[in-house]
Design a protein around this ligand. Structure first.
Ligand SMILES: NC(=O)c1ccc[n+]([C@@H]2O[C@H](COP(=O)([O-])OP(=O)(O)OC[C@H]3O[C@@H](n4cnc5c(N)ncnc54)[C@H](O)[C@@H]3O)[C@@H](O)[C@H]2O)c1
Length: 355
C-alpha cells in the first residue's frame, strides 16, 4: 500500500484525491492547504488535514507526496519534501526554468527520494489515438504533425493571469502539448521556431505557435489560442492532423472524432484536369472522384488518466518503468526555453547535434 499526502488541496488536489481513491494499492493519509476551507469537502474518510506542509511532512506514515501548489512554489516544496525523505510526484510545469528543474533533480538525488511529474496527458484519448496511428506506421512516412488547441475564454482564470505565480498558457497547457509531441516522435529536435503573444491578457501568454523540426525531417506544429473564436463543432477542443505519404489522419475533440484518409492509388503525375471552383479554375485543388478516396474510422484509444497512478504503483513495485522519465521532462523544459528565446529574438533556435 502506497500512502500519500497531498500538498495544495485546490482544484487539482481534489482530482488527485479521487484518483488515489480509485487506484488499488493506494491510500490517502493526509492533505494540506494554507486555506483551511479548501479541505472542507475532502471525501476520504479519516484523512488528516494540515494547514502547514511541514507538519504533513513529519507524518512518517506518508511515503509519497503530491505537490499541487501554484507553479512558482513547486521548487520550494520539492526541496522540503525531499529533505523530509518523501518520494515526490510534482504537478506540471515541474519548474519555471531548466535551471530550477536541475536543482530539483539534484536535491532529490541528494536525499535519495523518487521524483516524477504528473504529465497525465500522455493518456489523453485523442493524443493516444493519434500516437497509435503514428506508431503503427499507418500513414507511411509522416512529414507533418499539427496539434491545435483553441478556446474562447481568453482571460485565464485565477493566478494563471499573473507572471509571478508562473501563469500563462505555455506553463499551463504548453508543457503538455510539447511533451505529447516529443513523446510521439522518436527523433532528436533539430530546431524550434515560435511566436508567443499575449493577445488579450496583460501579463501572460495566451497564444503561441511553435514549429519543431526533428532530425528525422518531421515538422510538428503546435498552436494554442485562448481567444480563438470559432463556431464549428468541437472548436474549443484539441485538434490533430498527421500527414504522411500513404495517408492522413485528423481528429477533432478530446474524445477523438475524425478519420484516416487514404487514396486507392498514389496520385502523382495525374493528368492536369481543370476543375471549376468558386475561386476559378484549378488543377491541383479541385474535387477528386469520390471512389478514389478511402476513409477509415479512427481506432479510438481506450486510455484513462488513472493509468498515470497505476503506472506509479506498478513502477514502485518494480513491475514496470515509470512512464515519465526525468530526462524527457528536462527536454520539454529545454524546448520551452527555446520557444521563449525564439519568440523574443524572432529567430530559429538550433540545437547543435540535436536535442
Ligand atoms: N496536470 C494537469 O492536467 C493539471 C491541471 C490543473 C492544474 N495543474 C497544476 O496543479 C497545480 C495547482 O493548480 P490548481 O489549478 O489546483 O490551483 P489551485 O489554486 O486551485 O490550488 C492550489 C492550492 O494550493 C494551496 N497552497 C498554496 N500554497 C500552499 C502551501 N504553502 N501549502 C499548502 N497549500 C498551499 C492554495 O491555497 C490552493 O488551494 C499547478 O501547478 C497547476 O499547473 C495540473
Amino acid at each position: 500500500m502506497i500512502k500519500f499526502g497531498i500538498i495544495g488541496f485546490g482544484y487539482m488536489g481534489h482530482k488527485h484525491e479521487l484518483k488515489i481513491a480509485q487506484t488499488q494499492g493506494m491510500e490517502l493519509v493526509g492533505i494540506c492547504d494554507i486555506d483551511e476551507s479548501r479541505m472542507d469537502d475532502a471525501s476520504t474518510p479519516g484523512v488528516i488535514k494540515y494547514t502547514n506542509a511541514d507538519r504533513l511532512l513529519e507524518n512518517e506514515e506518508i511515503d509519497t507526496v503530491l505537490i499541487v501548489v501554484e507553479n512558482h512554489k513547486h521548487r520550494e516544496m520539492v526541496e522540503k519534501a525531499a529533505k523530509a525523505g518523501k518520494n515526490i510526484i510534482c504537478e506540471k510545469p515541474v519548474a519555471l526554468s531548466v535551471k530550477e528543474y536541475d536543482e530539483m533533480i539534484q536535491i532529490c538525488e541528494k536525499y535519495g527520494v523518487g521524483f516524477t511529474i504528473h504529465h497525465q496527458r500522455r493518456y489523453d484519448k485523442d493524443y493516444r489515438t493519434m500516437k497509435n496511428i503514428y506508431d503503427q506506421n499507418t500513414l507511411g512516412n509522416v512529414y507533418t504533425i499539427q496539434s491545435m488547441l483553441y478556446g474562447i475564454n481568453g482571460n485565464m482564470h485565477d493566478w494563471h493571469v499573473y507572471k509571478k505565480y508562473g501563469g500563462g498558457m505555455l506553463y499551463d497547457w504548453g508543457v503538455h502539448l510539447i511533451d505529447q509531441i516529443l513523446w510521439m516522435v522518436p527523433s532528436k529536435v533539430e530546431s524550434v521556431y515560435a511566436q508567443v503573444r499575449n493577445v488579450i491578457n496583460f501579463e501572460v501568454d495566451d497564444y503561441f505557435k511553435i514549429d519543431i523540426k526533428f532530425q528525422n525531417n518531421i515538422r510538428a506544429e503546435i498552436e494554442l489560442g485562448t481567444y480563438f473564436l470559432g463556431d464549428k463543432e468541437n472548436w474549443f477542443e484539441h485538434h490533430w492532423f498527421i500527414g504522411g505519404d500513404k495517408g492522413s489522419a485528423y481528429s477533432d475533440g478530446f474524445f477523438p472524432n475524425g478519420k484516416i484518409v487514404k487514396t486507392t492509388r498514389l496520385l502523382t503525375n495525374v493528368p492536369g484536369e481543370t476543375t471549376m471552383t468558386f475561386a476559378g479554375p484549378t488543377r491541383s485543388f479541385g474535387q477528386i472522384d469520390k471512389d478514389i478516396l478511402i476513409t477509415e474510422e479512427l481506432p479510438i484509444a481506450n486510455n484513462e488518466h488513472i493509468e498515470f497512478f497505476e503506472n506509479y504503483r506498478d513502477a514502485r513495485e518494480g513491475k514496470t518503468e515509470f512512464i515519465i522519465k526525468n530526462s524527457e521532462i528536462r527536454r520539454v523544459m529545454q524546448v520551452l526555453e527555446a520557444v521563449w528565446e525564439s519568440s523574443e529574438k524572432n529567430e530559429v533556435i538550433k540545437f547543435e547535434g540535436g536535442l
